[in-house]
Design a protein around this ligand. Structure first.
Ligand SMILES: Cc1cc2nc3c(=O)[nH]c(=O)nc-3n(C[C@H](O)[C@H](O)[C@H](O)COP(=O)(O)OP(=O)(O)OC[C@H]3O[C@@H](n4cnc5c(N)ncnc54)[C@H](O)[C@@H]3O)c2cc1C
Length: 375
């Protein structure tokens, strides 16, 4: 849809209200992305790279929901991933170094992508993907602070990233590329005209675009026309500062708890998986339980100072698979429901969704993720 340009009003009319009115009535974009989490921001950037004008409409502050809460494990190797998701997960993990390199370049900030690998403890069987089984001696060499494990230990070639730094870089990259944003008001509906998407409405205004992509995470089903079955799955976690910087070097995934080190010296300890609606409060007993579980693995963590605790809402779906693709309304697309793997799946989601939106056929089978599968 071409954007129409009218002469600006001036004088007393030239105030914020008029701007909203002017934008609402006159300005249009090629695409509107609903939700400024990591999925929405990186898709907006990808669409902008294809020369589309893009507006991100975020109800709060961009990047402060699940994407801010995540641990940042890029866990494409373990057996926890649902099988239909594995091709996308592996492709996304492979894309990460170049993806981060480009974001860092555009944003001028550092994203803490770490390649030390993951130590997996307590797995019932050896994971299928390429892994190294660790002897007790090798495990102690790799992680001297870890209590020797009686169960088998494996080294997985997985990376990790700091999701907050990633979101910050994505925001800066969007700005750098000229993505527009509207923050502070929720989308209340995707607007249709003769059955085709024509934009979105918020309580204050409407924005026009022939393409609308719903990237609203756990809230993706909360506004018409479709009630996508996304639901919040709460995760509580904490970060600590261990007494020495290199106390934990690898991501460590055990049954009760995982540990994710950052290069700046923080160590993340996570996470619960709870059905608790949209409640984001933390519970001190739960936080202490996580901390105790971490100390059982690495006893010296008893000296660690707690820096922060928080909870976030993973966007869950009934089959634990994301919802990716076109809806049955022409012009309306969805990329939501990434549950525990949205950070991992960020680069591939931006790539395949930009292809779908632009009418191209991605090289991956997206049938298992179809928005229509719940009908
Ligand atoms: C504790 C925890 C640990 C995690 N660990 C990992 C991990 O190690 N690795 C991994 O890959 N993933 C992890 N995840 C999952 C990951 O965080 C999510 O899958 C991912 O962040 C989803 O991104 P998103 O952009 O879809 O959602 P969000 O980041 O939640 O963004 C959605 C955005 O939409 C906005 N929005 C909602 N409704 C509206 C509306 N009506 N109008 C406008 N805007 C709206 C919200 O305000 C929000 O900013 C973890 C999650 C949690 C909570």
């Amino acid at each position: 849809m071409p954007s129409v340009t009218l002469p600006r009003l001036s004088g007393a009319w030239e105030n914020l209200e008029t701007d909203l009115f002017y934008n609402a009535v006159v300005k249009s974009w090629d695409a509107i992305v609903i939700g400024g989490g990591i999925i929405g921001l990186t898709l907006a950037r990808e669409l902008r790279k294809r020369d589309l004008s893009v507006l991100v409409v975020e109800r709060g502050e961009p990047g402060r929901e699940a994407s801010h809460a995540a641990a940042g494990m890029l866990a494409d190797c373990g057996d926890e991933l649902p099988r239909p998701l594995r091709p996308l997960a592996c492709a996304s993990a492979r894309m990460y170094p170049e993806f981060v390199h480009q974001l860092e370049d555009e944003a001028g900030t550092h994203v803490d992508l770490r390649s030390q690998g993951t130590i997996l403890l307590g797995a019932e069987s050896a994971p299928e993907s390429p892994v190294v089984a660790l002897t007790k001696e090798r495990l102690t060499e790799l992680e001297p602070g870890l209590v020797p494990s009686e169960s088998p230990a494996y080294l997985l070639p997985e990376r990790s990233v700091d999701p907050r730094a990633l979101v910050f870089a994505a925001l800066r990259a969007c700005k750098h590329r000229g993505v527009d944003t509207s923050a502070g008001d929720p989308v209340t509906s995707v607007d249709l005209s003769v059955g085709v998407a024509v934009g979105v409405s918020t309580p204050k205004t409407s924005f026009l675009a022939p393409i609308v992509v719903n990237c609203a995470g756990a809230w993706a089903g909360k506004f018409p026309p479709y009630s996508f079955p996304t639901r919040p799955i709460k995760g509580q976690m904490l970060s600590v500062v261990p007494p020495s910087r290199e106390m934990v070097r690898h991501v460590i995934r055990a049954r009760e708890v995982y540990l994710v080190p950052r290069t700046d010296g923080r160590l993340l300890i996570g996470a619960t998986v709870e059905e608790a609606g949209y409640d984001k409060r933390t519970d001190s007993r739960t936080i202490h339980r996580l901390r105790r579980a971490a100390t059982k693995l690495v006893p010296a963590l008893v000296e660690a100072r707690i820096l922060e605790d928080w909870a976030g809402l993973r966007p869950g779906t009934p089959d634990n698979l994301p919802i990716l693709g076109a809806t049955r309304t022409p012009g309306y697309f969805v990329a939501a429901g990434h549950f525990r793997d949205g950070i991992l799946l960020t680069p591939i989601t931006a790539q395949i969704m930009s292809q779908v939106v632009c009418g191209e056929t991605p090289e991956y089978d997206l049938a298992p993720f179809s928005p229509e599968r719940f009908n």
